[in-house]
Ligand binder design. Sequence first.
Ligand code: SAM
Ligand code: DTB
Ligand code: SF4
Length: 336
Amino acid sequence: MKQPDSSPIRHDWSLEEIEGIYTLPFPELIFRAQSLHRRHHCAEEVQGCSLLSIKTGGCPEDCGYCPQSARYDTEVAGQKLLNPEQVLESAREARRQGATRFCMGAAWRQAPEGEEFDNVLAMVRGVRELSMEACCTLGMLSQPQAEALAAAGLTAYNHNLDTSPEFYGRIITTRTYRDRLETLERVRDAGISVCCGGIIGMGESPRDRWRLLEELATQDPHPESVPINLLVRVEGTPLADREAVDPFEMVRMIATARILMPEAMVRLSAGRLSLSDEAQALCLLAGANSVFMGERLLTTPNPQADLDRDLLERMGMRLRAAEIPVGAGRQDLPEN
Ligand code: SAM
Ligand code: DTB
Ligand code: SF4
C-alpha cells in the first residue's frame, strides 16, 4: 500500500547532502529509503523487465566495460539487426514469464537512418501492441529520430551517464558526457520518458558515485527510471580485472537513489549473479523496484526466471501484474 507523502520532490541536492545520505549508518539509511519507497510505491511489488540484444557486437565505441566494443577481444558473437518478428516472439515469451517492460538494446554508437531504423520502429509498435512498456537503447539519437520513436509509442529511452563527469574519460573516450546529456534532452523534448543510470565497480571513488547521483537527481524532472548496474566483469574488456565491490555499496547506491528521486523506478540491473540472494533482498528493501528477468541481459548471463520467482516468493513479494487491456484474451499472460 502506498502512503500519503508530504515531502516535496527536490531537484537541488548538493554533493554534501548526497554524501551525507550515502554514508548514513546502515539502519538509518535503509529506514529513510524504505519510508520514501512506501510513500511512492507498492513495497511488495517488483516490476519484471526483459532485455533483448537486437543488434550485437562490432560497436565502434571504446566503453571500457562493454563486451560489444569491436576494440576488445571478447567472446561475444556479432549479430546483425534481428527482424521485428524475431523480436516480438521474444517479447511474447517475456510477457508469458511475467515481464511488463521489454527493453531492446543495440550495439550502435548512434541509431542508424533508413531501413534499420524503420525496423526498430516496427519493433516498438509491436511491443506496444502487446500492452507492454517498450524501452530502447540505441546509442545517440537525433531529434527527428527521437520524435519518430515517440510517434511509434516508445515508452522510455535508456541512455546512461554511467559515472561521474570526472571519471567518465577514464572509461570512454569516443563520446563525451555532453553528447550523452544532449541525447537525453532530445528524448525528453520528444516526450519519451527517460531511463538513465550508471554502473558501480569500475574503479570509481565514492565521490564519483555521489557525483553521478547528483547529475541524475538535479535533473528536472528526474529520470523516470534509474538503472543501477554492478559491473559485469567480462574477459577481454579493459575492466575485466577490476576488484569486486562490497555488495553493501550497491545497497547504499540504491537507497540513496531512492531517497533523492522518490518517484523514479530504481532498477537493480546488471550484476545480480554476483550478489547473494540476501544482498539482492537488501537492494529490494533499499528501494529497488525492478529487476531484469530472463537468462540473459544483453550478452551476459542473468539469474533464471525460476530463481527470481523463488526469491520473490521467499520474500513474500510478487511481480507487478500486467494491466489487462479491456477485451484482451488471457492466453498470453503470465503463468503465475
Ligand atoms: N550502445 C548503446 C549505448 O551504449 O548507449 C546501448 C547499449 S549499452 C550496452 C547500455 C548500457 O549497458 C551501458 O550504458 C552500460 O551502462 C550498460 N552496460 C554495458 N556493459 C555493462 C557491463 N559489463 N556491466 C554493467 N553494465 C553494463
Ligand atoms: C542498463 O542500464 N543495463 C542494461 C540496460 N541498461 C540496457 C544493460 C546491461 C548490460 C550488461 C552487459 C551485457 O549483458 O552485455
Ligand atoms: Fe557500444 Fe554501447 Fe557497448 Fe559502448 S556500451 S561499446 S556504445 S554497445
